[in-house]
Design a protein around this ligand. Structure first.
Ligand SMILES: [Fe+2]
Length: 180
């Protein structure tokens, strides 16, 4: 994350991580009021999204391309959370649990805000990633052509060497052949 926008993105991730602690506290409050245990079923949907995010980190992406991929992964998580909090907020309303609905609404607003911030970051970072990709491709081609050039020189030297050998062979006669 070399650029300023990437630094903002990193800060944004950290801030939202802090916010998430508050989301957990709200849920614990609701569960306590309902006299229910918040621990239990594992969310396989979220587990899959987190795994996808981790896989991105293992890819050979660099700088803005990596940031663009991380934003995409983070937004999938946020959208999943928005869907979940939106649904349970409505359930709370229907069940007449206004306090719980309000707590869930607070979290929902923060999830939406985070998603919007990520969209703003994406606008800038995606454009940078798009501009960076051809430059990287050009660099790769240049490195490739350097390698080709080096390979040609090596082949030419080899041929030169073989020519000298055959020259020595013709000059030196059959005896020299065994020394080559
Ligand atoms: Fe979130």
């Amino acid at each position: 994350m070399a650029k300023a926008s990437a630094e903002d993105l990193r800060k944004g991730f950290e801030e939202h991580l802090e916010q998430t602690k508050g989301h957990v506290q709200r849920l614990e409050k609701i569960f306590a009021a309902l006299d229910e245990n918040p621990k239990g079923k594992k969310c396989v949907g979220m587990e899959g999204l987190v795994k996808e995010g981790s896989e991105i980190m293992e890819e050979d992406f660099e700088d803005q391309v990596l940031d663009a991929a991380l934003i995409a992964a983070a937004q999938r998580v946020e959208h999943y959370e928005i869907a979940a909090y939106g649904t349970v907020r409505e359930f709370a309303k229907i069940l007449g649990e206004a306090k719980h609905a309000s707590l869930l609404e607070e979290t929902l607003d923060e999830e939406r805000e985070t998603d919007e911030k990520l969209t703003d970051h994406a606008k800038e970072i995606n454009a940078e990633a798009n501009a960076e990709a051809p430059r990287r491709r050009a660099r790769r081609i240049q490195i490739g052509s350097e390698e080709t050039k080096a390979c040609r020189i090596a082949t030419a030297l080899k041929q030169e060497f073989l020519t000298s050998e055959s020259c020595a062979f013709t000059q030196g006669g059959n005896d020299l052949c065994t020394t080559i």
